[in-house]
Design a protein around this ligand. Structure first.
Ligand SMILES: [Zn+2]
Length: 380
Protein backbone atom coordinates (compact mmCIF):
# COMPACT_ATOMS: atom_id res chain seq x y z
CA UNK A 1 0.00 0.00 0.00
CA UNK A 2 1.24 3.45 -0.87
CA UNK A 3 0.15 6.54 1.03
CA UNK A 4 0.48 9.77 -0.91
CA UNK A 5 0.98 13.23 0.59
CA UNK A 6 1.25 11.89 4.14
CA UNK A 7 3.23 13.60 6.86
CA UNK A 8 5.35 11.21 8.93
CA UNK A 9 5.93 11.55 12.67
CA UNK A 10 9.60 11.04 13.43
CA UNK A 11 12.08 11.81 16.18
CA UNK A 12 12.88 15.11 14.44
CA UNK A 13 9.22 16.11 14.19
CA UNK A 14 6.71 15.96 11.33
CA UNK A 15 8.00 15.49 7.80
CA UNK A 16 6.71 17.45 4.84
CA UNK A 17 4.07 15.60 2.76
CA UNK A 18 5.63 12.57 1.13
CA UNK A 19 4.82 9.14 -0.27
CA UNK A 20 5.26 6.12 1.98
CA UNK A 21 5.16 2.50 0.97
CA UNK A 22 3.67 0.25 3.67
CA UNK A 23 4.37 -3.43 3.49
CA UNK A 24 0.81 -4.75 3.81
CA UNK A 25 -0.99 -7.42 1.89
CA UNK A 26 -4.51 -6.12 2.18
CA UNK A 27 -4.65 -2.43 1.40
CA UNK A 28 -5.10 -0.10 -1.56
CA UNK A 29 -3.03 2.95 -2.40
CA UNK A 30 -4.60 6.15 -1.18
CA UNK A 31 -4.31 9.89 -0.98
CA UNK A 32 -3.44 10.67 2.64
CA UNK A 33 -3.39 14.45 2.35
CA UNK A 34 -3.81 16.03 5.77
CA UNK A 35 -3.08 12.79 7.63
CA UNK A 36 -0.19 11.90 9.90
CA UNK A 37 1.53 8.53 9.73
CA UNK A 38 3.11 7.61 13.05
CA UNK A 39 5.00 4.49 13.96
CA UNK A 40 2.48 2.50 16.04
CA UNK A 41 1.90 3.93 19.47
CA UNK A 42 2.91 1.82 22.45
CA UNK A 43 0.98 1.76 25.69
CA UNK A 44 3.37 1.02 28.52
CA UNK A 45 0.61 0.62 31.11
CA UNK A 46 -2.61 -1.31 30.58
CA UNK A 47 -4.81 -3.72 32.48
CA UNK A 48 -6.16 -6.45 30.23
CA UNK A 49 -7.91 -8.28 33.11
CA UNK A 50 -7.15 -11.69 31.64
CA UNK A 51 -7.07 -14.17 33.34
CA UNK A 52 -9.60 -13.62 36.07
CA UNK A 53 -11.83 -10.68 35.17
CA UNK A 54 -13.11 -11.46 31.71
CA UNK A 55 -16.30 -9.44 32.20
CA UNK A 56 -14.01 -6.36 32.18
CA UNK A 57 -11.68 -7.27 29.29
CA UNK A 58 -9.93 -10.19 27.64
CA UNK A 59 -6.69 -10.36 25.70
CA UNK A 60 -8.77 -10.41 22.50
CA UNK A 61 -11.08 -7.49 23.32
CA UNK A 62 -8.14 -5.56 24.75
CA UNK A 63 -6.21 -6.04 21.50
CA UNK A 64 -9.19 -5.01 19.36
CA UNK A 65 -9.63 -1.92 21.50
CA UNK A 66 -5.92 -1.08 21.39
CA UNK A 67 -5.86 -1.37 17.58
CA UNK A 68 -8.93 0.84 17.34
CA UNK A 69 -7.15 3.39 19.51
CA UNK A 70 -3.94 3.34 17.45
CA UNK A 71 -1.81 1.20 19.77
CA UNK A 72 0.14 -1.58 18.10
CA UNK A 73 1.99 -2.68 21.22
CA UNK A 74 0.60 -2.89 24.74
CA UNK A 75 2.25 -3.80 28.03
CA UNK A 76 -0.15 -5.70 30.29
CA UNK A 77 0.08 -5.45 34.07
CA UNK A 78 0.28 -8.37 36.46
CA UNK A 79 -2.73 -7.76 38.74
CA UNK A 80 -4.80 -10.46 37.12
CA UNK A 81 -6.24 -13.50 38.90
CA UNK A 82 -4.07 -15.40 39.37
CA UNK A 83 -1.45 -12.67 39.71
CA UNK A 84 1.32 -13.08 37.12
CA UNK A 85 3.95 -13.94 39.70
CA UNK A 86 5.32 -17.20 38.28
CA UNK A 87 7.22 -17.96 35.09
CA UNK A 88 4.67 -20.52 33.98
CA UNK A 89 1.91 -17.89 34.03
CA UNK A 90 3.97 -15.48 31.94
CA UNK A 91 4.74 -18.26 29.46
CA UNK A 92 1.01 -19.01 29.11
CA UNK A 93 0.20 -15.39 28.40
CA UNK A 94 3.02 -15.02 25.89
CA UNK A 95 1.80 -18.13 24.07
CA UNK A 96 -1.81 -16.90 24.05
CA UNK A 97 -0.72 -13.51 22.71
CA UNK A 98 1.01 -14.97 19.67
CA UNK A 99 -1.99 -15.06 17.37
CA UNK A 100 -3.37 -11.69 18.42
CA UNK A 101 -3.41 -8.70 16.07
CA UNK A 102 -1.35 -6.29 18.20
CA UNK A 103 1.84 -6.99 20.07
CA UNK A 104 1.42 -7.74 23.76
CA UNK A 105 4.17 -7.73 26.33
CA UNK A 106 3.70 -8.83 29.91
CA UNK A 107 4.87 -7.54 33.24
CA UNK A 108 5.67 -10.03 35.97
CA UNK A 109 4.76 -9.28 39.57
CA UNK A 110 7.54 -7.92 41.74
CA UNK A 111 6.30 -9.77 44.83
CA UNK A 112 4.21 -12.91 45.26
CA UNK A 113 0.53 -12.01 45.13
CA UNK A 114 1.50 -8.29 44.92
CA UNK A 115 1.70 -8.44 48.70
CA UNK A 116 4.97 -6.60 49.00
CA UNK A 117 6.61 -9.33 51.08
CA UNK A 118 8.24 -12.18 49.19
CA UNK A 119 10.07 -11.37 45.96
CA UNK A 120 9.27 -13.24 42.76
CA UNK A 121 12.02 -14.96 40.73
CA UNK A 122 13.07 -12.10 38.46
CA UNK A 123 15.42 -14.18 36.34
CA UNK A 124 12.83 -16.89 35.73
CA UNK A 125 10.16 -14.31 34.87
CA UNK A 126 12.51 -12.67 32.39
CA UNK A 127 13.35 -16.04 30.82
CA UNK A 128 9.61 -16.66 30.42
CA UNK A 129 9.24 -13.40 28.52
CA UNK A 130 8.38 -10.74 31.13
CA UNK A 131 9.61 -7.29 30.02
CA UNK A 132 9.44 -5.61 33.44
CA UNK A 133 8.45 -6.25 37.04
CA UNK A 134 5.75 -4.39 38.93
CA UNK A 135 3.26 -4.68 41.76
CA UNK A 136 1.10 -2.12 39.96
CA UNK A 137 -2.13 -1.48 41.79
CA UNK A 138 -0.34 -2.07 45.07
CA UNK A 139 2.54 -0.42 46.87
CA UNK A 140 2.91 -2.45 50.00
CA UNK A 141 6.67 -2.73 50.00
CA UNK A 142 9.07 -1.71 52.74
CA UNK A 143 12.22 0.11 51.68
CA UNK A 144 14.40 -2.94 52.37
CA UNK A 145 12.19 -5.11 50.14
CA UNK A 146 12.26 -2.54 47.34
CA UNK A 147 16.01 -2.48 47.61
CA UNK A 148 16.29 -6.23 47.16
CA UNK A 149 13.69 -6.06 44.38
CA UNK A 150 15.69 -3.45 42.47
CA UNK A 151 18.87 -5.47 42.89
CA UNK A 152 17.21 -8.68 41.70
CA UNK A 153 15.60 -6.97 38.73
CA UNK A 154 18.93 -5.42 37.75
CA UNK A 155 20.59 -8.82 37.75
CA UNK A 156 17.75 -10.13 35.57
CA UNK A 157 18.10 -7.08 33.32
CA UNK A 158 14.56 -5.82 33.94
CA UNK A 159 13.19 -2.41 34.93
CA UNK A 160 10.99 -2.09 38.01
CA UNK A 161 7.74 -0.19 37.51
CA UNK A 162 6.23 1.28 40.65
CA UNK A 163 2.76 2.50 41.47
CA UNK A 164 3.94 5.13 43.93
CA UNK A 165 1.52 5.40 46.80
CA UNK A 166 2.27 4.95 50.47
CA UNK A 167 -0.80 2.88 51.19
CA UNK A 168 -1.18 4.10 54.76
CA UNK A 169 -1.59 7.66 53.45
CA UNK A 170 -4.46 6.80 51.14
CA UNK A 171 -4.54 8.52 47.76
CA UNK A 172 -3.39 11.95 48.90
CA UNK A 173 -0.72 13.89 46.99
CA UNK A 174 1.50 13.24 50.02
CA UNK A 175 1.10 9.47 49.57
CA UNK A 176 2.55 9.78 46.07
CA UNK A 177 5.30 12.20 46.94
CA UNK A 178 6.49 10.13 49.90
CA UNK A 179 6.51 6.94 47.84
CA UNK A 180 8.48 8.56 45.01
CA UNK A 181 10.90 10.10 47.49
CA UNK A 182 11.48 6.77 49.19
CA UNK A 183 11.90 4.86 45.93
CA UNK A 184 14.42 7.40 44.62
CA UNK A 185 16.33 7.13 47.90
CA UNK A 186 16.58 3.39 47.46
CA UNK A 187 17.59 3.78 43.81
CA UNK A 188 20.29 6.24 44.79
CA UNK A 189 21.64 3.62 47.17
CA UNK A 190 21.45 0.66 44.84
CA UNK A 191 22.98 2.40 41.84
CA UNK A 192 22.60 0.70 38.50
CA UNK A 193 19.01 -0.47 38.77
CA UNK A 194 16.26 0.89 36.54
CA UNK A 195 13.20 2.43 38.15
CA UNK A 196 10.12 3.57 36.26
CA UNK A 197 7.53 5.65 38.10
CA UNK A 198 3.99 4.97 36.89
CA UNK A 199 1.17 7.48 36.54
CA UNK A 200 2.80 10.50 38.15
CA UNK A 201 -0.03 12.83 39.14
CA UNK A 202 1.50 15.58 41.27
CA UNK A 203 3.73 18.52 40.61
CA UNK A 204 5.90 17.65 43.64
CA UNK A 205 6.53 14.10 42.43
CA UNK A 206 7.50 15.44 38.99
CA UNK A 207 9.96 17.78 40.73
CA UNK A 208 11.57 14.87 42.58
CA UNK A 209 11.99 12.98 39.31
CA UNK A 210 13.46 16.05 37.62
CA UNK A 211 15.98 16.32 40.44
CA UNK A 212 16.83 12.61 40.33
CA UNK A 213 17.43 12.79 36.58
CA UNK A 214 19.66 15.79 37.20
CA UNK A 215 21.59 13.55 39.60
CA UNK A 216 21.86 10.98 36.80
CA UNK A 217 19.77 8.32 38.48
CA UNK A 218 18.39 5.69 36.12
CA UNK A 219 14.77 6.72 36.54
CA UNK A 220 11.98 7.16 34.00
CA UNK A 221 8.37 8.20 34.48
CA UNK A 222 4.97 8.28 32.84
CA UNK A 223 1.78 10.30 33.07
CA UNK A 224 -1.69 9.36 31.84
CA UNK A 225 -3.79 11.20 29.26
CA UNK A 226 -6.42 11.79 31.96
CA UNK A 227 -4.04 13.37 34.46
CA UNK A 228 -2.72 15.56 31.64
CA UNK A 229 -6.18 16.70 30.54
CA UNK A 230 -8.59 16.58 33.51
CA UNK A 231 -8.63 17.98 37.06
CA UNK A 232 -10.52 17.71 40.34
CA UNK A 233 -13.19 19.93 38.81
CA UNK A 234 -13.95 17.30 36.20
CA UNK A 235 -13.94 14.61 38.88
CA UNK A 236 -16.46 16.57 40.94
CA UNK A 237 -18.86 16.63 37.99
CA UNK A 238 -18.53 12.92 37.31
CA UNK A 239 -19.38 11.37 40.68
CA UNK A 240 -18.27 7.72 40.94
CA UNK A 241 -17.56 7.72 37.19
CA UNK A 242 -14.61 9.97 38.04
CA UNK A 243 -13.01 7.50 40.45
CA UNK A 244 -9.44 6.79 39.47
CA UNK A 245 -6.24 6.02 41.28
CA UNK A 246 -4.30 8.22 41.61
CA UNK A 247 -7.20 10.69 41.66
CA UNK A 248 -7.45 13.62 39.28
CA UNK A 249 -5.48 16.50 40.77
CA UNK A 250 -5.46 20.31 40.73
CA UNK A 251 -5.09 22.49 37.65
CA UNK A 252 -1.62 23.44 38.89
CA UNK A 253 -0.61 19.77 39.05
CA UNK A 254 -1.96 19.19 35.57
CA UNK A 255 0.05 22.09 34.17
CA UNK A 256 3.20 20.94 35.95
CA UNK A 257 2.78 17.45 34.47
CA UNK A 258 2.44 18.89 30.98
CA UNK A 259 5.62 20.91 31.47
CA UNK A 260 7.37 17.78 32.72
CA UNK A 261 6.29 15.84 29.60
CA UNK A 262 7.51 18.64 27.35
CA UNK A 263 10.85 18.74 29.14
CA UNK A 264 11.26 14.95 29.04
CA UNK A 265 11.21 14.72 32.84
CA UNK A 266 8.16 12.55 32.28
CA UNK A 267 9.25 10.26 29.47
CA UNK A 268 6.08 8.52 28.49
CA UNK A 269 2.34 9.02 28.13
CA UNK A 270 0.69 5.72 29.13
CA UNK A 271 -3.05 5.20 29.51
CA UNK A 272 -3.35 2.96 32.60
CA UNK A 273 -6.25 1.45 30.61
CA UNK A 274 -8.42 0.02 33.40
CA UNK A 275 -11.64 -1.36 31.94
CA UNK A 276 -14.58 -2.15 34.24
CA UNK A 277 -18.07 -3.44 33.63
CA UNK A 278 -20.82 -0.87 34.33
CA UNK A 279 -21.93 -2.44 37.63
CA UNK A 280 -18.41 -2.36 39.09
CA UNK A 281 -17.90 1.24 38.03
CA UNK A 282 -21.22 2.29 39.54
CA UNK A 283 -20.20 0.54 42.75
CA UNK A 284 -17.15 2.83 42.87
CA UNK A 285 -14.34 0.92 41.11
CA UNK A 286 -11.25 2.96 40.28
CA UNK A 287 -9.94 3.45 36.77
CA UNK A 288 -10.77 4.59 33.26
CA UNK A 289 -10.92 3.01 29.86
CA UNK A 290 -7.87 4.39 28.06
CA UNK A 291 -7.16 3.01 24.59
CA UNK A 292 -9.83 4.44 22.32
CA UNK A 293 -9.70 8.06 23.44
CA UNK A 294 -5.93 8.38 23.92
CA UNK A 295 -4.96 9.74 20.51
CA UNK A 296 -7.65 12.44 20.55
CA UNK A 297 -6.90 13.43 24.13
CA UNK A 298 -3.13 13.47 23.63
CA UNK A 299 -3.32 15.46 20.39
CA UNK A 300 -5.51 17.95 22.26
CA UNK A 301 -2.64 18.65 24.68
CA UNK A 302 -0.87 20.68 22.01
CA UNK A 303 2.50 18.96 22.44
CA UNK A 304 5.29 19.43 19.92
CA UNK A 305 5.56 16.57 17.39
CA UNK A 306 8.98 15.60 18.73
CA UNK A 307 7.53 15.25 22.21
CA UNK A 308 4.68 13.10 20.87
CA UNK A 309 7.13 10.81 19.17
CA UNK A 310 9.21 10.48 22.30
CA UNK A 311 6.29 9.96 24.71
CA UNK A 312 4.07 7.68 22.63
CA UNK A 313 6.43 5.84 20.29
CA UNK A 314 10.05 5.84 21.34
CA UNK A 315 10.53 5.96 25.09
CA UNK A 316 7.94 3.32 26.03
CA UNK A 317 9.81 0.85 23.83
CA UNK A 318 13.22 1.87 25.14
CA UNK A 319 12.11 1.34 28.72
CA UNK A 320 11.09 -2.26 28.14
CA UNK A 321 13.65 -2.98 25.40
CA UNK A 322 11.24 -3.56 22.53
CA UNK A 323 11.81 -2.66 18.85
CA UNK A 324 9.51 -0.72 16.55
CA UNK A 325 8.74 -3.31 13.96
CA UNK A 326 6.47 -2.81 10.96
CA UNK A 327 3.68 -1.11 12.93
CA UNK A 328 1.87 2.07 11.97
CA UNK A 329 -0.89 4.37 13.09
CA UNK A 330 -2.52 6.68 10.58
CA UNK A 331 -4.11 9.69 12.26
CA UNK A 332 -6.43 12.42 11.08
CA UNK A 333 -5.37 15.32 13.32
CA UNK A 334 -8.19 17.63 12.23
CA UNK A 335 -11.32 15.53 12.56
CA UNK A 336 -13.71 16.42 15.40
CA UNK A 337 -15.67 13.60 16.97
CA UNK A 338 -17.83 12.95 19.99
CA UNK A 339 -16.84 10.16 22.38
CA UNK A 340 -19.54 7.50 22.46
CA UNK A 341 -18.51 4.70 24.81
CA UNK A 342 -21.07 2.31 23.32
CA UNK A 343 -18.93 2.25 20.16
CA UNK A 344 -15.82 1.05 22.04
CA UNK A 345 -14.34 -2.31 21.11
CA UNK A 346 -13.29 -2.69 24.74
CA UNK A 347 -15.57 -4.33 27.29
CA UNK A 348 -14.86 -1.32 29.52
CA UNK A 349 -17.03 1.65 28.60
CA UNK A 350 -15.86 3.57 31.68
CA UNK A 351 -14.50 6.67 30.00
CA UNK A 352 -14.30 10.09 31.65
CA UNK A 353 -14.66 11.64 28.17
CA UNK A 354 -18.17 10.36 27.38
CA UNK A 355 -20.02 12.96 25.32
CA UNK A 356 -16.92 15.13 24.93
CA UNK A 357 -15.67 16.46 21.64
CA UNK A 358 -12.12 15.45 20.77
CA UNK A 359 -10.04 16.51 17.80
CA UNK A 360 -7.83 13.92 16.16
CA UNK A 361 -8.67 10.29 15.55
CA UNK A 362 -7.07 7.11 14.32
CA UNK A 363 -7.93 6.32 10.72
CA UNK A 364 -5.99 3.09 10.28
CA UNK A 365 -3.77 0.79 12.30
CA UNK A 366 -1.24 -1.53 10.71
CA UNK A 367 0.70 -4.25 12.50
CA UNK A 368 2.84 -7.09 11.16
CA UNK A 369 1.77 -6.60 7.57
CA UNK A 370 -1.97 -6.37 8.26
CA UNK A 371 -4.42 -3.51 8.30
CA UNK A 372 -6.12 -4.08 11.66
CA UNK A 373 -8.89 -1.66 10.97
CA UNK A 374 -9.68 1.29 8.83
CA UNK A 375 -12.16 4.08 9.40
CA UNK A 376 -13.74 6.15 6.69
CA UNK A 377 -12.80 9.77 7.28
CA UNK A 378 -15.75 12.10 7.61
CA UNK A 379 -15.07 15.71 8.37
CA UNK A 380 -17.88 17.58 10.10
ZN1 LIG B 1 -2.28 0.51 36.59
Amino acid sequence: MRLFNVRVLRAQGLSTPTTVQLDVADGDDRDASGLILSPGWMDLHAHLRDPGFLQKETLATGCASAAFGGFTHVVAMANTSPVTDRAELVRNLVARAEGLPVRLSFVGALTIGLEGKELTDATALRAAGAVALSDDGRHAMEKATLRRALEGAAIAGLPVLIHPQKEELGVTPEAEVRAVHEALDVLRDVGRSRLHVQHVSTSAAADLIRQAKGDRLWVTAEATPHHLSLTTEDAARMGSAGNVNPPLRSAADREALLDAVEQGVIDVIATDHAPHEAAAKQAGANGFHGFETAVGVVLGLGLDARVLYRACVQRPRQIVGQPIDDEWTLIDPEVDWTVDASSFRSRGKNTPYAGRRLRGRVVMTVCSGHVLFERMVQRV
